[in-house]
Design a protein. Structure first.
Length: 322
């Protein structure tokens, strides 16, 4: 049977960064793999970030949103049937940060998928730098995804994780589980907390055999009800010295929405600038390749208001926002 892994996490948690590392390790072991990007959004920018894996022999497929839940479920099942017929060793599913866990389990119990796939690991990525209090909808998603995970993987660690940080993340997740009336509570044994730059073969074996838990909880929201969203601002060229102040202004302006994260890449004088910003800090680093796009993640994001910040500074005439 084809092993299928699910990598979950709320918007901006670091799923795609982890997926790149996890997929490369699987391929280095000689596994034939496919990645299925299962996104409720109309545009999936993470698919662009994964293109480098395609060059290395990995099959990439995507389910775009822009349809109702039933249509989305049918597309998900159709893609899994197609992948199942190709006999990959492993299929890795990365859903949107807005995802109903029941969709995954229900579809895999349908024939013929129940004879083709076995669940390997469900890994939930939790941002080690996330705010202590998220919106009610994000708290629900955090809890509902962690309820079934085999391992809670903490992201954005630098060096060895301190017990106090792990405990803080556990307290947050367990509070979210309690809020949705889930009986499960996570402990230190359920957490994987290590700098992703120093993962070993043993670490990957542990993650690849993490399994999952069947846990029940109260559904407080459906994916269609979630106010959190992702907006894409493409074809942007902004003077390098204006980038960090611009990002700070957008975060500070409440009329732009409650923004969790801004990420993407912008052209620099030489190469590109990789952007990764939260309310707490903004990281800008030089990279050799990129695409001119800023991705804004948050609650009640006002695309029109952010346009007003970007357009006066942008020199690319093909600018578009979605």
């Amino acid at each position: 049977m084809t092993r299928i892994d699910l990598i979950t996490g709320i918007l901006g948690s670091g799923k795609t960064t982890f997926l790149l590392k996890y997929a490369r390790h699987c391929m280095s072991r000689g596994e034939s793999i496919a990645i299925l990007e299962n996104d409720f959004g109309a545009v999936n920018i993470d698919m662009l970030m994964l293109q480098e894996l395609k060059k290395e022999g990995c099959r990439l497929e995507m389910i775009a949103g822009g349809c109702d839940a039933d249509c989305h479920r049918r597309r998900f099942k159709t893609q899994l049937i197609s992948l199942g017929m190709q006999h990959f060793d492993r299929v890795i599913v990365e859903p949107s940060g807005i995802f109903d866990m029941d969709e995954f389990f229900d579809i895999l119990h349908d024939p013929p998928l129940d004879n083709w796939f076995e669940i390997g690991s469900i890994l939930t990525i939790a941002d080690g730098e996330m705010e202590q209090q998220l919106s009610p909808q994000m708290e629900y998603l955090l809890g509902s995804q962690a309820a079934c995970c085999g391992k809670l993987v903490i992201s954005k660690l630098r060096g060895e994780a301190e017990d106090s940080l792990v405990q803080s993340v556990l307290d947050h997740v367990n509070s979210a589980l309690e809020d949705i009336r889930c009986d499960r509570r996570l402990a230190f044994r359920d957490v994987f907390a290590k700098d992703w730059e120093s993962l070993t073969d043993d670490d990957y074996r542990l993650l690849g055999s993490a399994g999952y838990r069947g846990s029940s909880y109260v559904k407080k929201f459906s994916p269609e009800d979630i106010e959190s969203s992702v907006h894409y601002f493409m074809h942007i060229a902004i003077p390098q010295d204006k980038v960090e102040p611009l990002i700070a202004e957008i975060f500070a302006d409440e009329s732009c929405g409650r923004i969790f994260r801004i990420k993407g890449a912008l052209p620099a004088e030489v190469g590109w600038l990789k952007i990764n910003a939260t309310r707490e800090k903004t990281e800008i680093s030089e990279v050799t390749e990129g695409q001119p796009v800023l991705i804004v993640i948050g609650d009640n994001v006002s695309r029109q208001r952010i346009d007003e910040y970007l357009k006066p500074l942008n020199t690319d005439t093909e600018y578009v926002s979605i």
